[in-house]
Design a protein around this ligand. Structure first.
Ligand code: INI
Length: 157
C-alpha cells in the first residue's frame, strides 16, 4: 500500500492571507497566530502576503484573486463572525464557507477556512488564542500541510 502524506515544513512556501477588519480585536490575534505558526515552521516572513478586507463577506473574492494569481501555494482566510440577534451571522458563515470551498476546487490551490464562528463574545475569545487555542495557528498548519501534499509525487502533475 502506498500512502501519501505531507510534512509540516514551510521552507520555500508562498502563503497568501486574507483577514477581515470586522471584529479586529479578534482577527488581529488570529493573524498573529497564523504568522507565528508559519514562521516557526520555516516559512520566510517575506513570503507571506496579507490582504485586509472589510469583513468576512468580502473575503472570498480576495481569496479567489490570490488563489488564482499563481503566486501562492496556499491561501488562508481569517475572520470572526459573532452571532447577534439576527440570522445575519449564520448567512455570512454559510456563504463564506461554501465560497471558499468552491475557490479551492476551481483553482486547485488550498484555501483554508480560518474564520472563527462564535455564538457570543466568550466563544470568540476562546477561539482567538485562549482556551480553545488560536484558529489562525491551526489554519496555518493546515495550509502548510496541504501545500506540501500537492508537491508529493503521486497526487498531482
Ligand atoms: N463581518 C464579519 O466579518 N463578522 C461579523 O460578525 C459580521 N456581522 O456580524 O455583521 C460581519 N458583517 C460585515 C460583512 O462581512 C460585510 O463586511 C458587510 O456586510 C459589507 O458587505
Amino acid at each position: 500500500m502506498k500512502e501519501i502524506s505531507a510534512h509540516l515544513e514551510g521552507k520555500g512556501l508562498r502563503i497568501g492571507v486574507v483577514v477581515s477588519r470586522f471584529n479586529d480585536l479578534f482577527t488581529r490575534q488570529l493573524l498573529a497566530g497564523a504568522e507565528d505558526a508559519l514562521v516557526r515552521h520555516g516559512v520566510d516572513a517575506d513570503a507571506i502576503t496579507v490582504a485586509w478586507v472589510p469583513g468576512a463577506n468580502e473575503s472570498p473574492l480576495a481569496a479567489q484573486k490570490m488563489a488564482g494569481s499563481g503566486r501562492y501555494d496556499a491561501v488562508i482566510v481569517l475572520g470572526c463572525v459573532i452571532q447577534g440577534a439576527t440570522r445575519h451571522a449564520e448567512l455570512i458563515n454559510g456563504q463564506v464557507s461554501r465560497s471558499l470551498a468552491k475557490i479551492a476546487l476551481d483553482t486547485g490551490v488550498p484555501v483554508i477556512n480560518g474564520v472563527v464562528t462564535a455564538e457570543n463574545l466568550d466563544q470568540a475569545i476562546e477561539r482567538s488564542g485562549t482556551k480553545a487555542g488560536n484558529k489562525g495557528w491551526t489554519a496555518a498548519l493546515a495550509a502548510i500541510e496541504m501545500a506540501n501534499l500537492f508537491k508529493q509525487p503521486g497526487i498531482s502533475g
